[in-house]
Design a protein around this ligand. Sequence first.
Ligand SMILES: Cc1cc2nc3c(=O)[nH]c(=O)nc-3n(C[C@H](O)[C@H](O)[C@H](O)COP(=O)(O)OP(=O)(O)OC[C@H]3O[C@@H](n4cnc5c(N)ncnc54)[C@H](O)[C@@H]3O)c2cc1C
Length: 514
Amino acid sequence: MDGLTRLQCRSLMRAAQNVAASASCLAFKTPPVRRNASTSTSGNSLAWPHNLSKTNCLLTPGPAAAPRKERVVILGSGWAGYAAARTLSPSRFERVLISPRSHFVFTPLLASTSVGTLEFRAAIEPVRRLGLDEFHQARATSIDFKNKVIRVEANERGDVSAATRRPQINGEEFDVKYDKLIIAVGCYSQTFGIEGVREHANFLRDVGDARAIRLRILDAFETADLPTTSDEERRKLLHFAIVGGGPTGIEFAAELHDLIDEDLARMYPGILDFCTITVYDIAPKVLPMFDSKLAAYATEIFKRQGIRVKTEHHLTRIRRDGRTLMLRIKEEPEEVGAGIVVWSTGLMQNPLVQQLVETEIDGRGKLAKEPKTGGIVTNSNMQVQLRWPDGESNDATATLEDVYAIGDCISVQGSPYPATAQVASQQAVYLAKQLNRGMGNFSKPFSFRNWGVMTYLGGWRAIHQSKADSLKGWAAWMLWRTAYLTRSMSVRNKIMIPVYWLITWIFGRDISRF
Ligand SMILES: Cc1cc2nc3c(=O)[nH]c(=O)nc-3n(C[C@H](O)[C@H](O)[C@H](O)COP(=O)(O)OP(=O)(O)OC[C@H]3O[C@@H](n4cnc5c(N)ncnc54)[C@H](O)[C@@H]3O)c2cc1C
């Protein structure tokens, strides 16, 4: 202590205390920065980490505050939105998802769930499992691109009611801010204004729809089996009409045939002769995306299974008549009765997209719109394009900064991709990876890798077609099942799906009604 004054001594001791305090503060694992949900839209309000007292932090400088992460808001939890949220780097971005439903649906398996081959849960993934910074079960109703704010309406029911015939319930409204926006709201079912379709047909777009279809099929069998039901009514109740000869309609018809043939035939032997399945389509042939040989094979298999395929048939009206539905088909002399009509044809733009492409953006014009589909036009980097301010020309003129769109609701300039899960998920992964790389670093344009098309035909047979090869029968069915299993998202479902297939194979399908 020689040579040191009392004052110098005290200063040294205080400095030593501070060093010790700093060390103890740094010894904490960097605490997770919690965002206060009610103020999250400001993007910079940080709540106190619960394991760090204010006093501690006032004593010491602590670790330098991490720079604010960019806030990426994704609209939609379908193939595009879910894949984008899953691929975006959580360390680089604050990931916010807004969707009226709190789950992702593995749509290719919906037909299997609607007949009890698979449990509903095996075809969905809860979005909250993604560990997002924020999730709002709500639908975007408008977007202020200038101020980067989305107007959102809560959807407490958690179903895609607007895509089906259930009326929407208006929820609470609030605003959500974004730094970058990814629009992935998909499409709705198109009913072409045909009378009675929205009210009486069943759609197949979500698990709620699949559940409704399963209940209706089983109800039809129970009602038809009542001793009080006439044969005439039985014939109508057990006529299952499917409108649309694309892969979804054909797969549903095939799955329904398997349900009746392998399970219900044993339970309702007395009424089996009244069962018919009909696929209606306005086109001259079903499965137009397959080459004519494979499409003919599918038609032949259906014929052998007793499924009627009526091409060039136009449904013009559906009306309810007591317990059954009556279908007016232009080409048939009399109305046709049916227990259920499954609608699986046509897409129309999401109302949000319809509204966005018609809204003027602060003197910069409107979003470019694809004239045929009405979808949002993007460039090959998935960046949303603008058209001339006068709205006359549809030619894209400029990029709308920080706004991207992917999936069924878009059209990529110069590349008309089909509205499929393959395209939607590949666009999402491409975009998220490019964003993870850093702002404006689009190293390459999006290019679609076509894995081919597949359709299940019933009785363990399918067809598959790709650029390299084509397959039919049992081998294609094996490929179909393997592909869907490997493409399913979570490890949980990768285990659950084969387990349910095995349970169904051993014990039969789940035909419980609840
Ligand atoms: C039964 C069925 C079977 C199919 N089988 C195949 C197949 O085997 N192979 C294949 O490639 N494709 C298949 N498809 C097509 C495929 O599912 C679609 O191409 C794909 O779902 C498109 O993905 P998306 O994310 O663009 O839209 P979607 O999957 O429709 O998702 C849109 C999302 O946006 C949400 N949303 C809607 N409005 C709003 C809003 N205003 N604000 C916020 N969120 C909103 C919706 O709730 C939904 O979560 C099938 C489709 C169906 C219906």
